[in-house]
Design a protein around this ligand. Structure first.
Ligand code: LRH
Ligand code: MN
Length: 431
């Protein structure tokens, strides 16, 4: 496996951190053992954590107002993979990449799969795209795709999703994520029930094309690009459709796709209870689908989501295995730095959720000792597990401080020289 960053530099950087890290680790170990927790066990658990990186997150994102391209933008899927390999080399927490088609459509799937393998990466769920019209496309998606009242438009959208499954099989993926922006901007623009009926008819054809060991993830979103009614607007509609379609259909929760103050951890608990929690798009937001770095605005919510995941895993054991993926837009930061620190923030919530004393919590809930029950969760969230996460990385040959190591490597300067900025061109497809 090729190391994109010089392994010697990573070792040097880690050597500088060693004494301080060991001291912090021992201090935390002492505190945790007084709470009956074994830091070595938690560090080993941290090393099992993995979250997929969105290929489209490796380039600079933007909004409808503007996109300010960064230096050394990846110009194709191969350069995106190289950047994703840097993220995994320095965090050892992101072994897989979730591609988006046609943005990442390869001419040769074997070459793409082999390039990823050589970089120590595999492919997670593939994402279809019927929310944009591509050059030379026959039918427009202006008035919807899988829900369009035009059979020709629906057929085109269905064919695209089936094409994504075929490419996905070629690169070793096992799931298709279907997010459609279909909806209406005006009351009366379309028949609300008719749109969902057409969606289900289209999804039944896509479902029928799934290999036996594949899943299809339905991703709901409250609004945007539709601003009055979105066909798959909430978890209830997604759940009803996944149930209607069959066992290979599951629901994907993008944290930014809900109304402000929605209790997302409760949605996670519900979908897990009914066996329909397929996966996540982790990010953070303050207002809408802001696609900000995970844990950057509301880390307690991220912790509470993982607290529900830990509860579900305790109930269902290894069979409980939702797909973890990031889905972010990096408008003002270096995407590699944001993706590394976001992966670490999701890993942090994962480790903190494992420190919750679930037996004590159940007892306190039984006794309606409300305050102590709430404090039992807060105690885990308040614990700074940074030494555990850093030690887990160092022991796996990754960086004690990924961002500092990345900056010391000069990688961005190097690729900036190799990848001239194409003015106005968007590498990720998102404006
Ligand atoms: C829609 C979404 C979806 C992706 C897109 C890039 O907002 O979250 O998951 O296809 O972003
Ligand atoms: Mn998403």
């Amino acid at each position: 496996m090729t190391s994109v960053i010089d392994a010697g530099l990573v070792a040097d950087q880690n050597a500088r951190h060693h004494a301080q890290l060991q001291a912090d680790y021992d201090a935390l170990g002492g505190m945790l053992s007084r709470r009956g927790l074994d830091i070595e066990q938690l560090t080993a658990l941290a090393q099992t954590f993995a979250v997929a990186v969105p290929s489209w997150g490796a380039g600079t994102g933007g909004t409808r107002f503007a996109r300010f391209p960064g230096r050394g933008e990846p110009r194709n899927v191969f350069e995106k993979l190289e950047d994703c390999a840097v993220i995994h080399q320095l965090t050892r927490a992101t072994p897989s990449v979730s591609p988006h088609f046609p943005w990442d459509k390869p001419t040769d799937t074997a070459e793409l799969r082999e390039t990823a393998r050589a970089l120590g990466l595999v492919f997670d769920a593939v994402n279809s795209n019927t929310f944009q019209d591509q050059q030379g496309q026959d039918q427009t998606y202006k008035f919807g795709s899988l829900t369009s009242n035009s059979a020709a438009v629906r057929a085109q959208a269905i064919a695209h999703n089936i094409d994504c499954i075929e490419i996905g099989q070629g690169i070793g993926s096992k799931a298709l994520t279907v997010w459609v922006g279909d909806g209406a901007n005006f009351p009366g623009q379309h028949n609300l029930r008719g749109a969902l009926e057409r969606y289900l008819d289209s999804m039944r054809e896509i479902y029928a094309a799934l290999p036996s060991d594949w899943n299809v993830f339905i991703e709901h979103k409250l609004f945007e690009p539709a601003f009055y009614a979105t066909t798959i607007a909430d978890w209830g509609t997604s759940f009803a459709c996944a149930t209607e379609l069959g066992p290979k259909a599951k629901c994907l929760v993008d944290l930014g796709h809900h109304a402000p103050n929605t209790n997302i951890e409760m949605i996670v608990a519900r979908l897990a209870q009914f066996g329909k929690l397929g996966g996540f798009h982790f990010n953070d937001s303050k207002y809408g689908d802001d696609d900000l770095d995970s844990g950057s605005i509301n880390p307690f919510q991220l912790f509470l989501v993982f607290n529900e995941l830990a509860d579900a895993a305790k109930r269902e054991g290894d069979a409980f295995n939702p797909a973890y993926m990031l889905d972010q837009s990096h408008n003002v930061t270096d995407p590699i730095e944001s993706l590394m620190s976001s992966a670490v923030e999701v890993q942090r919530a994962f480790v903190q959720s494992a420190m919750v004393d679930r037996v004590a919590l159940a007892g306190l809930q039984e006794q309606n000792d409300v305050l102590e029950a709430a404090q039992t969760l807060k105690r885990a969230f308040r614990t700074d597990v940074s030494p555990i996460l850093a030690m887990a990385r160092v022991r796996l040959g990754a960086a004690a401080d990924p961002v500092a190591c990345y900056r010391a490597s000069g990688y961005r300067d190097r690729v900036a020289g190799l990848r001239p900025v194409k003015p106005g061109a968007s590498s990720s497809g998102i404006v």
